[in-house]
Design a protein around this ligand. Structure first.
Ligand code: HEC
Length: 105
C-alpha cells in the first residue's frame, strides 16, 4: 500500500468506528496502522523466530507497557522500537494493542 492510501484507510476505519470510545483500541484502525510494524514483525505479528519477537496475541496491557518502555528508554534493545515508541500517539498504541491482542499467537 502506498503512503497516501494508508491515511485514507485509517480515516475510513475511524469513521466506521465512530461512536466507539476513543480510549479503547480499535482493531480495524490498529490493523491499518500496523503496516510499518509488519516490515519487521511480519504481517501476522509472528516475528522471525530470531531477533524479532512475536507480538501476535500479546495482551494489550503488556503491549502498551512495552511501547512505553521503549519510549522512556527503559528498554533500548532496538533503535527502531525507540523511534516507533516516540512516534506513536496514545491512540495509535491503543489501536495497535487491540489489533495485535486479537491475533493468534
Ligand atoms: C526495524 C524493525 C522493527 C520495526 C519496524 C518494528 N519493530 Fe517492534 N521490535 C523490533 C525488535 C528487534 C524488537 C525487540 C527489541 C528488544 O526486545 O529489545 C521489537 C519489540 C517489540 C515489542 C516488544 C515485544 C516483547 O516481547 O516485549 C513490541 C510490543 C513491538 N516491537 C511492537 C512494534 C510495533 C507496534 C511496531 C510498529 C509501530 C513495531 N514494533 C515496529 C523490531 C521492529
Amino acid at each position: 500500500m502506498n503512503k497516501i492510501s494508508l491515511p485514507i484507510l485509517a480515516f475510513g476505519c475511524l469513521m466506521l468506528a465512530a461512536g466507539a470510545a476513543l480510549a479503547e483500541g480499535r482493531i480495524g484502525a490498529g490493523k491499518a496502522k500496523s503496516e510499518d510494524c509488519a516490515d519487521c514483525h511480519g504481517p501476522e505479528g509472528a516475528g522471525d523466530g530470531d531477533t524479532i519477537p512475536s507480538i501476535a496475541g500479546m495482551p494489550a496491557e503488556q503491549f502498551t507497557q512495552a511501547i512505553a518502555d521503549f519510549r522512556s528508554g527503559k528498554r533500548s534493545g532496538s533503535k527502531m522500537m525507540t523511534k516507533m515508541g516516540k512516534r506513536l500517539s496514545v491512540e495509535d498504541v491503543a489501536d495497535l494493542a487491540a489489533y495485535y491482542a486479537s491475533l493468534k499467537p
